[in-house]
Structures are given as structure tokens and as C-alpha cells.
Design a protein around this ligand. Structure first.
Ligand code: CP
Length: 320
């Protein structure tokens, strides 16, 4: 197992994870360590020469079987800025098209000795399955409706930057909680760092187990947003709904869309977050998405730093 020691935590601490499958498996100390590591890496992306040799000679494979703009590019940018060699495979250009199983594909990739495989897949649990079958480290880049750990971490980093702390904040998460791996990672991550999470959305899109995950379910979005420090809205995930779980998109926008009027209920200095891609005018009004309280682009910027921290930390801090 690759390990990394640091004296930045209050107590003696070692980051000791080979895979990043979800925030469920990380402790509050692990999360704090990754946020601090990302903070120290963020400056690299502002340099004229945006490259450090930390992962020189390491091989990173991006295995994306679902569409992605932010996560895929951000992992690739992160790996390249750490001097790793990166390769991309998508479902449409792989032999999965010819009927090869995910495990067989992964075993064949593993036979080429990569150090890290980053997987996005529509099946919840597929990164865990991969991790059990291959020697390389596996990072979950979003699996079905389960978790999206790097998104959860970049959201935590963005809130910490904007608010100075996570502990004691009121975080409102609005929308399709049931199908959102982003919501699941955020509920787990924010509750591990001591925030109070309130969720609201159509009753058909709030899963029964959400309270056990650490969130309070609200009957209305007004209740969730009232006095909130952070308002996070989620994309409606039509591709994950086998049946229509709300009457229409217009109906959804009327009842659950975040508008300037709804935002008056939040604290005046409350920030607005969205993982992207945004359905403008549906879950979030364009003037809020582009307005002064939006930290959506900060989320994207921090995504690179968080992914640099993840790659670096699972490789034992760059030591070979
Ligand atoms: N937030 C997020 O996962 O975006 P992509 O689907 O573009 O990667």
C-alpha cells in the first residue's frame, strides 16, 4: 500500500488509500488532507509553465464510458500538469462496442501496466469491481447514481475557499437527489466536515435513505434555502429516469428552479453552486448562474487542483 506522511494535520496522519471509490471510504482527516494538498497545488495552474515533475513516468488511463466535459478534461489536465503520461479511451472507440466485458477491457489495460485507471461508468459500483480485478489504482469519476468523489471534493474546496470553513454551514441541495451521484458525494463529504445539509426536490426524486446519509429532507425548497450559506442545485438527469418522475420540465422549473426571488430566502452572502452541465432556466436561472454569487467557474478551476491532489496522494506523494 502506498502511503504518505504529513505534519499538516493536528495529529500524526498518513493518507493510506490506493483507490478513490467514494467519499464514504474517506475519513474527515483524509478529506481535509486532500483539500490542503489541492490548495497547495492550485498555484501551479497559474504559472506560465504549468508543469511539475511529481508524477513523471506514471501512466494514467482515462476510461470514460459516459459523456463528460469537466471531469474528463480536468483529470487529463491534472495528470499532464503533474507530468504523467495520459491516455483516453471512450466507449465508442473501445472493444466494448464488440461485446468485450468491462473486466476484460480493464484486464487488458492492466496488462500494459498503467499506474492509475480513472473510470466513469453508468453502473454504480463498477470502479469497485475494477479495483478488485486489477493491480492499478482506480479512481471513480462518477458511477451511475452512486458517487462522484472528485466532484464532492472540489465542491468542498470551493465552499471552504468562499466561506473559510465548512463546519456549521447550512448547505441546501435542491433537485434530483435520487439519481445524483454528485448529491450523494456532497451529502457524505459535507456531513463528515460538520455542515448541516438540507435537501429538497420533487418527492419522487428524494430517496428514502437520504436522512441516514446525513441530510435533512425538507417539504419545500423555501424551507431548505431559508438562511442557507450555500445553495447547490443539480441537473435533472433525464437519462437515469426510466419513467417520468415529474409532470414536465416547465412544472419542475416553476417549483424547484432557483431564481433571484427564491435566493432572497438565503443569507445575503450565500453562494450558488452547480456541478454542470446546467439546464439554464430549468434548475437555475441564467442571471444567477452568471451573477456575482455564482461560484460555478471556481468549482471548475478547483476541479483541476483536487484531481492533481488525488493523483499525487494515491501514488504516495510522488515517491517511486
Ligand atoms: N460535473 C461533472 O461531472 O461534469 P461532466 O459530466 O462534464 O464531467
Amino acid at each position: 500500500m502506498l502511503t504518505q506522511s504529513t505534519n499538516i494535520m493536528e495529529e500524526d496522519y498518513t493518507f493510506n488509500h490506493k483507490h478513490i471509490l467514494g467519499l464514504e471510504q474517506l475519513s474527515a482527516n483524509d478529506i481535509t488532507f486532500l483539500l490542503k494538498t489541492a490548495e497547495s497545488f492550485k498555484e501551479i495552474s497559474t504559472r506560465q509553465i504549468k508543469k511539475v515533475p511529481a508524477l513523471r513516468g506514471r501512466t494514467v488511463i482515462n476510461l470514460f464510458f459516459e459523456p463528460s466535459t469537466r471531469t474528463k478534461l480536468s483529470f487529463e489536465v491534472a495528470a499532464k500538469r503533474m507530468s504523467a503520461d495520459t491516455f483516453n479511451i471512450s466507449a465508442s472507440t473501445s472493444s466494448l462496442k464488440k461485446g468485450e466485458t468491462l473486466i476484460d477491457t480493464a484486464r487488458n489495460l492492466a496488462a500494459m501496466n498503467p499506474d492509475i485507471i480513472i473510470l466513469r461508468h453508468s453502473y454504480s459500483g463498477s470502479p469497485g469491481l475494477l479495483a478488485r480485478h486489477i493491480k492499478a489504482s482506480v479512481i471513480n469519476a462518477g458511477d451511475g447514481t452512486h458517487e462522484h468523489p472528485s466532484q464532492g471534493l472540489l465542491d468542498l474546496m470551493t465552499v471552504q475557499e468562499a466561506k473559510g470553513t465548512i463546519k456549521g454551514l447550512k448547505v441546501a441541495i435542491i433537485g434530483d437527489i435520487a439519481h445524483s451521484r454528485v448529491a450523494h458525494s456532497n451529502i457524505i463529504g459535507f456531513s463528515k466536515l460538520g455542515a448541516d445539509i438540507f435537501v429538497a426536490g420533487p418527492a419522487t426524486l428524494i430517496p428514502p435513505g437520504v436522512n441516514q446519509m446525513g441530510a435533512t429532507t425538507c417539504k419545500t425548497i423555501a424551507e431548505a434555502i431559508d438562511g442557507a450559506d450555500v445553495v447547490m442545485t443539480l441537473r435533472i438527469q433525464m437519462e437515469r429516469q426510466s419513467e417520468s418522475l415529474f409532470p414536465s420540465v416547465r412544472e419542475y422549473a416553476n417549483h424547484f428552479g432557483i431564481t433571484p426571488q427564491v435566493m432572497r430566502l438565503a443569507k445575503p452572502e450565500a453562494i450558488i453552486m452547480h456541478p454542470g452541465p446546467i439546464n439554464r432556466g430549468v434548475e437555475l436561472s441564467p442571471e444567477l448562474a452568471d451573477g456575482p454569487r455564482s461560484v460555478i467557474m471556481n468549482q471548475v478551476t478547483n476541479g483541476v487542483a483536487i484531481r492533481m491532489a488525488l493523483l499525487y496522494s494515491i501514488m504516495g506523494g510522488g515517491e517511486s
